[in-house]
Design a protein around this ligand. Structure first.
Ligand code: ATP
Ligand code: MP5
Length: 268
């Protein structure tokens, strides 16, 4: 059900190498078939080998970007990715509250795959106190969920317990991603009366730059297209699995997942 006229928005950081952040989000929106818009929170100098530097944008220009978008093209769903400091978080929360969007998908980005800290230490409390409560669905990976809850996660039972703890912070759903555990790639969706398991084979691939950004953008797109949370997660899990399976070598380090493998045989 592609509908390129359905607007979606990403509020996130720019990845100069195009594998994660805003760039991954817009590729995902396009590949799934929604109209992607962006509010940039920070500029990273980044490639497949790592993050070299970061400059945060001011709260003021972030607020103005959000206002410019919402006052003209109201997105059906939006995602939030890298938001590195408390000022940025508070500005985003207070601005979004004016528009009251229904579907906020929050990917609580903390540390890049290459090990760079994308969320400043002092921003963790604001994330927990102000941003998580306004989310429709929060999508932490295991280390992020451990950081938010202060609890260790070793297995599915722990994922469920910690997920419930995060749910008590106020979002409607928590999708905990099991990419960092061993064995199958298992994600769990936790809601008030919900516990759903989404399981796929784990593929031994080097190029997994941007997996988290891609999954949250895929969920955003599907929610915008009118699917419910269960179908949105199911279709998005399928999307990220295919994107990982078809990931490719580009650059000297951890390459990106592939959003356009369906079109590959059309390219000369
Ligand atoms: N090797 C793999 N094979 C199959 N699926 C995977 C693999 N690694 C991760 N996934 C899946 O990819 C999605 C993203 O999970 P992951 O835990 O990698 O997120 P993340 O750590 O937030 O990503 P990022 O580091 O890009 O922010 C999840 O659905 C997860 O199960
Ligand atoms: C701007 C930005 N946002 C998010 C990530 C996380 O992605 P990954 O963990 O795959 O490095 C990133 N590296 N850069």
């Amino acid at each position: 059900m592609r509908n390129y006229k359905v607007p979606t928005l990403t509020i996130a950081g720019s990845d100069s190498s195009g594998g994660a952040g805003i760039q991954a989000d817009l590729k995902t929106f396009s590949a799934i078939g929604t109209y992607g818009m962006s509010v940039i929170t920070a500029i990273t100098a980044q490639n497949t080998q790592g993050v070299l530097d970061v400059e945060d944008l001011s709260g003021k220009i972030i607020r103005k970007q959000i206002e410019a978008v919402f006052n003209d093209i109201y997105p059906k769903a939006l995602k939030i990715g890298m938001v590195s400091n408390p000022e940025i978080i508070l500005e985003i929360v207070s601005t979004l509250k004016k528009y009251n969007p229904k579907f906020i998908v929050l990917d609580p980005v903390m540390i890049s795959k290459s090990g760079y800290c994308l969320l400043k230490k002092e921003a963790k409390d604001s994330l927990i106190k102000h941003l998580i409560p306004i989310a429709y669905v929060v999508t932490p990976n295991i280390p992020e969920a451990e950081e938010i809850s202060g609890q260790k996660i070793n297995n599915l039972e722990d994922m469920k317990n910690v997920g419930e703890k995060i749910l008590n912070l106020g979002p409607k759903y928590v999708l905990m991603k099991g990419g960092h555990l061993e064995g199958d790639a298992i994600d769990v969706l936790i809601g008030k009366d919900t516990f759903e398991i989404y399981k796929e084979n784990r593929f031994n691939r080097k190029n997994t730059h941007g997996t988290g950004c891609t999954l949250s953008s895929a969920i955003t797109s599907h929610l915008a297209l009118g699917y419910d949370i269960f179908e949105s997660v199911k279709l998005s899990k399928k999307y990220i699995t295919e994107a990982i399976t078809h990931s490719f070598d580009i650059g000297k380090g951890v390459g990106p997942v592939n959003h356009f493998y369906e079109f590959e045989d059309r390219i000369e």
